[in-house]
Design a protein around this ligand. Structure first.
Ligand code: BV8
Length: 249
């Protein structure tokens, strides 16, 4: 992995960050790629290679085949549990401690930001470690993980499901409101590791830009956001974000 100092950071961006009181970050699956967690667009591995995540992460897939969807999330939960936060997650936690106000908005459900030390954050799409009743929506603390079939709610008997937002489901109102407020009020928005294609999360950078924020994309590849960003740091989050922290020191 290249040294953080090898990543060129525009001095104008460094100056803007140095003077900023409120910085926000929006992250996607790419920031967890260096923790060994496949992104949504990476080909999935093994048993799940033949499935499209966007097909599985839907209410209709769960209605059609609850066992398959439950097993996919159980497999992902195990991979997340054995993953570690990477320097990109830790750099964002360091940035939170640096600015008077910092909000981390994540589309990820892997909980790695919290494990890296991020505190003031919003999970737009829920968290894979939490499980809820598919009928009542109440989170259950424990479930029979080794029994046959999809575990059922101890109160009403409906299937349990992961506490994540599937496609065609509304995002949690409070999480989305907090994210939209942060996008409108921040002076700099770091957009890290997202293909910027899934809404309403993908609308946040445009809101920030419209309200005068400097938008920075951190991604080894171009995305629909790249030409709208004021700065593009073309590289992996695990290298670029530590370089950004070093440039501010
Ligand atoms: C909603 C949780 C209102 C689950 C996720 C038709 C019918 C219904 C809805 C729609 C429709 N058309 C459009 C919609 C809206 C839809 C949408 O946007 N669809 C897209 C496909 C067009 N959105 C929704 O449905 C949302 N709800 O709109 O409700 C509604 C209600 C009913 C009807 C209509 C509307 C809900 C969206 C949330 C879905 N849940 N995740 C789970 O995890 O299982 S989405 C999931 O995919 C992620 O959370 C993320 O949001 C999204 C995209 O993933 P990314 O994070 O961007 O990752 P991706 O793999 O795509 O890209 C990785 C990036 O990282 C790449 O750019 C790569 O270059 C980069 N990268 C790689 N390595 C690194 C790196 N970057 C940095 N460092 C590295 N090392």
């Amino acid at each position: 992995m290249s040294e953080p100092s090898a990543v060129p950071i525009d001095p104008k961006l460094v100056a803007a960050l140095r003077g900023a009181k409120f910085v926000a970050a929006l992250t996607g699956a790419g920031i967890s790629a260096e923790s060994g967690i496949a992104t949504f667009r990476d080909a999935q591995t093994g048993l799940w290679a033949r499935f499209d995540p966007r097909e599985l992460a839907t209410p209709s897939a769960f209605a059609r085949n609850p066992q398959r969807v439950w097993d996919w999330y159980a497999w992902r939960r195990e991979r997340v549990a054995s993953a570690e936060p990477n320097p990109g997650h830790r750099a964002l936690a360091a940035l939170e401690r640096r600015f008077p106000e910092f909000v981390l908005i994540t589309q990820n459900v892997d909980g790695l930001h919290q494990r890296a030390g991020s505190r003031n954050m919003v999970e737009l799409h829920g968290n894979i470690a939490r499980v809820k009743c598919s009928r009542e929506g109440t989170v259950v603390a424990r479930w029979d993980a080794c029994g046959e079939g999809v575990p059922r709610c101890p109160r009403c008997g409906a299937y349990l499901r992961p506490d994540v937002v599937w496609f065609e489901e509304m995002l949690p109102e409070d999480a989305l409101a907090t994210a939209e407020d942060a996008a409108r009020r921040c002076e700099v928005l770091l957009v890290v590791g997202t293909s910027a294609e899934v809404y309403p999360a993908a609308a946040l950078p445009e809101s920030a830009r419209a309200c005068g924020a400097i938008v920075v994309e951190v991604n080894p590849e171009a995305t629909p956001l790249s030409e709208r960003a004021h700065h593009v740091l073309r590289g992996p989050a695990g290298v670029v974000l530590p370089a950004l922290v070093s440039a501010l020191d």
